[in-house]
Design a binder for this molecule. Structure first.
Ligand code: ADP
Length: 499
């Protein structure tokens, strides 16, 4: 690995943190309790800033603001074209401020700056422009029903959306959530993850300039069991959208059911198979399998975390995968050329190290890595296990870290069964040159995304979501609009049915 950076002093970020307070009704405000919590630099574990700690009372204030903005404000009554222009202006502003935003994102989350600046912030901008394009193309149907009736459907916003996002792609998840909700005319209370509040607050400061009326988008930082649970239980929230772990998703669904049966979409964990067939282009498959797992420090819900390789190409693949992991550049995420920064926090670091120990104890072969990198912060060496068996914990649980598990298979029927034998069903990668193999696997795999000879393609127009315990509903693309729309059937008696 590239060793230098982690042992040097952490590079000083080039921006100051200016926004640390809750954003409610167009204003930055302290938490009602006056409490704050620290957000930490994953490179060192040191405090970046103290952030207002929202709780139930703040959620009440934010929901009241969102309710008012929906019931009385101009937002749902504006023309769709005007709403579209607000989203376009917001996208332009984010683009203009992309260096500051990417800097805050890296500082708060530990992801490589080049990844934040060149991949993620542009995806945020693209996502908002994509949904801006939808705003004035949402309409119902006319339906030829039996009898003397004119029947039409109206597609209306649901009302106040509660949105809860995780820390692995803070601003990208923010955009996946707000894009469709705003395009369809809803108002929002969004809770950021406690590990990564900074980038959303920065964007909050741009909303007014973009022309978003006050109260339409409220942002509350705080913890899950307090602020998050209050949002899920709130009787005046009409819809919930959540991205995070499967266990928390279950808790959220229960809170929604116990309160007012608000509708819920969930984007949860995964244990995605990455299948390398005997006819695959091996060098491409090795590189894509590497990225599928190690991208974003392995902190991706759809990470290709079960690498199934055909026995005929297994040895070659393994040798090349190990060599690629050894070449991975680990270091300060602000340093140019860094591919991998630190994990988000000590809790995740400890959890990943526990899984690595479990892999060794259960008899998998540790090919490389398996230990802390450097002395400070939460860096972990890129880790590769071979000889992994399906019943090992490392092949079943979501590790959410830089740990690649390589498994051997003999034939297609076998790998289909093994790939589907998971409580998750988020995504899969398939590497083959045969169109028949690709089609067979694409149809047989019980997952929400199949990437064939590619991985992690996240165009704004492509729907994303999970089968089984990986979630409910789809985000991105046209599919996500319906999460934020009510359908009203309007039936009118016709006086003169002949016409
Ligand atoms: P992780 O364990 O990786 O932090 P979580 O799924 O717990 O993942 O967190 C994702 C988001 O869910 C965060 O914003 C977190 O604050 C929130 N959250 C956690 N627990 C709850 C809960 N009980 N109710 C509502 N939100 C929660």
């Amino acid at each position: 690995y590239s060793t230098a950076a982690a042992f040097e002093d952490a590079i000083k970020p080039s921006v100051n943190v200016e926004h640390t307070k809750l954003f409610i009704n167009g204003q930055f405000v302290d938490a009602a309790s006056g409490k704050t919590f620290p957000t930490l630099d994953p490179r060192t574990g040191e405090v970046i800033a103290h952030i207002a700690e929202g709780d139930a009372e703040d959620i009440n204030r934010a929901v009241a603001a969102a309710r008012k903005a929906f019931d009385e404000g101009p937002w749902p009554r504006m023309t769709a074209y005007e709403r579209s222009k607000v989203l376009l202006r917001l996208a332009d502003l984010i683009e203009q401020h992309k260096d500051q935003i990417a800097t805050l994102e890296t500082w708060d989350s530990g992801k490589p700056y080049e990844q934040a600046a060149k991949i993620e912030v542009p995806m945020v901008v693209r996502q908002l422009r994509y949904y801006a394009g939808w705003a004035d193309k949402i309409h119902g149907m006319t339906i030829p029903a039996d009898g003397p009736y004119h029947v039409q459907t109206l597609h209306e916003p649901i009302g106040v959306a509660g949105q809860i996002i995780p820390w692995n792609f803070p601003l990208l998840m923010f955009s996946w959530k707000i894009g469709p909700a705003l395009a369809t005319g809803n108002s929002i209370v969004l809770k950021t993850a406690e590990q990564t509040p900074l980038s959303a607050f920065y964007v909050a400061n741009l909303l007014q300039e973009a022309g978003l009326p006050e109260g339409v988008l409220n942002i509350v930082s705080g913890f899950g069991p307090t602020a998050g649970a209050a949002l899920c239980s709130h009787m005046d929230v009409d819809k919930l959208a959540f991205t995070g772990s499967t266990d928390t998703g279950k808790a959220i669904l229960a809170l929604a059911a116990k309160s007012n049966l608000k509708s819920v979409t969930l984007e949860l964990g995964g244990k995605s198979p990455f299948i390398v067939c005997e006819d695959a282009d091996i060098d491409t498959a090795v590189e894509q399998a590497h990225l599928a797992l190690f991208f974003n420090q392995g902190q991706c819900c759809c990470a290709g975390s079960r690498t199934y390789v055909h026995e005929k190409v297994y040895d070659e693949f393994l040798e090349k995968a190990r060599a690629r992991a050894l070449k991975r550049t680990v270091g300060d995420p602000f340093k140019s050329g860094t591919e991998q920064g630190p994990q988000i926090d000590s809790k995740q670091f400890d959890k990943i190290m526990k899984y690595i120990r479990s892999g060794v104890e259960s008899g998998a072969t540790l090919e490389t890595g398996g230990e802390r990198f450097g002395e400070k912060g939460y860096y972990i060496k890129p880790t590769v296990f071979s000889n992994v068996k399906d019943d090992m914990l490392i092949a079943q649980d979501e590790i959410f870290g830089p740990v690649q598990s390589i498994l051997k298979f003999k034939d297609l029927d076998e790998v289909i069964k093994r790939a589907n034998n998971s409580r998750y069903g988020l995504a899969a990668g398939v590497f083959t040159q045969s169109i028949d193999t690709a089609n067979t696997l694409a149809r047989a795999l019980r997952v929400g995304s199949v990437w064939i000879n590619c991985f992690d393609i996240f165009d704004a127009a492509i729907p994303f979501g999970g089968y089984k315990m990986s979630g409910q509903g789809r985000e991105k693309g046209e599919y996500s609009l319906k999460n934020y729309l009510q359908v009203k059937a309007v039936v009118t008696q016709l006086k003169n049915p002949a016409w």
